[in-house]
Design a protein around this ligand. Sequence first.
Ligand SMILES: Cc1ncc(COP(=O)(O)O)c(C=O)c1O
Length: 433
Amino acid sequence: MKTSEIRALFSVVSRPEVVSLAGGMPAVTALPLDVVGSMIGDLVSGMGAQTLQYGSGQGDPRLRERICDVMALEGITDASPSEVVVTVGSQQALDLVTRVFCDPGDVVLAEGPSYVGALGVFQASEARVRHVPMDGDGLIPEALEQALQDCRANGDRVKFLYTVPNFHNPAGVTLSEPRREAIMAIAERYDLLIVEDNPYGLLGFDHEPMRALRARDSQRVIYLGSFSKTFSPGLRVGWVLAPLAVREKLVLATEAQVLCPPSLTQYAVARYLDTQPWREQIKLFTELYRERRDATLESLDALMPAGTTWTRPDGGFYVWLKLPHGLDAKLMQPRAVNALVAYVPGIGFYADGSGREYMRLSYCYPEPDQIREGVRRLARVIEAELDLHSTFDGVDTGAFRAIGGTGRGTPQVPDVEPLVGPATSDRFEEDRA
Ligand SMILES: Cc1ncc(COP(=O)(O)O)c(C=O)c1O
């Protein structure tokens, strides 16, 4: 197990003078805190015998029913509460699925980059991660097929594809509709299981939620959901929807870990869904995040040195930025913190040590004015780094800028160029060492 890049940053970014574009913390103060407070108080005073007691390992039946209603918003209309297991956030769901399927040495295919918390789980299980490249439309189907063929040729046991199709963490991109179809067809051809991790699907700015992969195949897709981004991460309520045979094993695994998910927070989520205008609250969240996304993109467009590129998310929390001229985001980090701005270096989102020239910027938590100030500080740090680079490399910065291309008004990730090239499993081995 290794320290996550994000956890390592926590102590620094909590200093008030630092603008943190690092953590992916939802804007919970936009919730009606007094209403939520009295709702939880009522649950204890009125239903303490249940809410303060142990519960079922699979989770509260009423909540599991309501979870099925939530998933229907993304086209999953055939889910039964009996196929749902309530978990301590979707993080625990990831851990359970990995424990059930993976033995040491097994291969997990995952987008490159991938959610850092998933990589931590895979590494703890000694599964080997093989990254599959993405571009502005998400995971590239041809690259997935290539990876599967390579694994077959190597005799690798591929246990599943792990994917975050909507408003990807950290890349900010969304898997296009044609690619969803293409990936399902490949999964069918190669008998591949898919783990669809979808905490951001309802947080789109411009369009209705996209149809989940799980809505296309109930047997081949294990779906992970969470209330962390649509309600509250502090309650730690997530879930997994899986075919019954898998669900059975997941319940055994969760009972071994936690006996049962916390009763009080499950009741709180179920009561919230039953009595509060939760869909309006999600709309309010997305309006707030849209405003912060706009502040981020406008500032990046105005201030970033030429050659810097970034994704343009239409939902979720994250922008994925590529530094010019092979600058190293991890090496630059101390200078950024010195300049009172924080981000997460891209290297944390790869299992194989790649991604050094990338960083993740989160716009979910700071106010728009703080974001503008943070991007201004970051742009200065990158400028200074480029100057340093040109001094030591003998590269003429002016000439570099002229050929650097994009910069201001930079379009989305180029259509065909992967966010980063495919990784090889032997590089993963080096990283583990
Ligand atoms: C892609 C992804 N999956 C899972 C999680 C874990 O969320 P939680 O355990 O709070 O549900 C996160 C949190 O940021 C995430 O971004």
